[in-house]
Design a protein around this ligand. Structure first.
Ligand code: UTP
Length: 289
């Protein structure tokens, strides 16, 4: 079955990037010249997704405005003959069918996903975490969708992470079954280092069967007193219904300051308008380090 729907949870508090994220959702922080969430929406669209639900709290208006037409700007660009930027803005407004819902209380990623129950219905769907930008030749969500379509099981996007990050993310019990492909039989959210299964962790992408909603509804609050998506996915894993794939792109964590800087530097170096100038500038300043 082709996956057509995706949800983007963007209702976290973003405390690690305050004060930048006080009035602006961290998902709207830019990487060079586009907000992080636009990279994520484009990844979804390039993976065959047509309908996207963005889960917001504050700053909903800013996200809606970004993916809508700005008639005033479009009129001005048309008048000035700036067709290139005009087309860029029009393309952004026409990327996909985008819907919005508010998560009224910040009760965790699992609770944010549960807000999408009506939107999703009984289809499989993709989840793209709003603060994880993945840059690569093949869209990460496409890689996950292909696994779902072939095996009919939920699938998480993984990479190995060092121990100090694993305790902040989650750890998966995996058996390799192919190139970059694993069966997952257990998982644990924010493990102590003595509890880890492996250094494979979920990094920002999953494709889930709609069965997850019934499980989430029965899942008690977990780590941090939040409803953890991992705790619900664990039920699927223990039931033999979960796989993992190591996606090929590079992931940037826009939820912390260093991640934001790395994303900006690396994307800027490849940018067709400023890449060369930026490289020259970087080479100059590294001499002084
Ligand atoms: P994080 O774990 O980074 O949560 O969420 P956070 O609250 O934004 O971060 P800090 O710790 O306060 O800095 C991962 C993704 O899940 C979303 C976030 O917006 C982010 O995209 N999320 C998290 C929700 O939508 N709702 C929640 O209740 C929690």
């Amino acid at each position: 079955m082709k996956i057509k729907k995706a949800i983007i949870p963007a209702a976290g508090l973003g405390t690690r990037v305050l004060p930048a994220s006080k009035a602006l959702p961290k998902e709207m922080l830019p990487i060079v010249d586009k907000p992080a969430i636009q990279y994520i929406v484009e990844e979804a669209v390039n993976s065959g997704i047509t309908d996207i639900l963005i889960i917001t709290n504050r700053g909903k208006g800013v996200i809606e405005d970004h993916f809508d037409h700005s008639l005033e700007l479009e009129h001005m660009l048309r008048k000035k003959g700036n067709t290139e930027m005009l087309n860029t803005l029009i393309d952004t407004a026409n990327l996909a069918n985008i819907y919005y819902i508010r998560q009224r209380e910040t009760r965790g990623l699992g609770d944010a996903v549960l807000r999408a129950k009506e939107f999703v219905g009984d289809e499989p769907f993709a989840v793209l975490y709003g603060d994880d930008v993945i840059v690569g030749d093949v869209p990460a969500t496409k890689e996950l969708c292909e696994v779902y379509e072939k095996y009919g099981k939920s699938v998480v996007g993984v990479k190995t992470v060092p121990d100090e990050l694993l305790t902040k993310y989650c750890s998966l019990k995996v058996d390799k079954v192919g190139d970059n492909l694993f069966d997952v039989s257990d998982m644990i959210e924010k493990p102590k280092i003595t509890e880890k299964f492996s250094n494979y962790s979920v990094l920002g992408r999953c494709v889930l069967d709609s069965e997850i909603f019934g499980i989430l509804e029965k899942t008690p609050l977990g780590a941090g007193n939040e409803l953890q998506l991992t705790d619900a996915m664990k039920v699927l894993a223990r039931d033999g219904k979960m796989m993992a794939t190591e996606f090929s792109g590079k992931r940037y964590d826009m939820g912390n300051k260093l991640g934001i800087l790395k994303a900006n530097v690396e994307v800027a170096l490849e940018h067709k308008e400023i890449g060369e100038d930026f490289k020259t500038y970087l080479k100059e300043i590294v001499k002084e380090l």
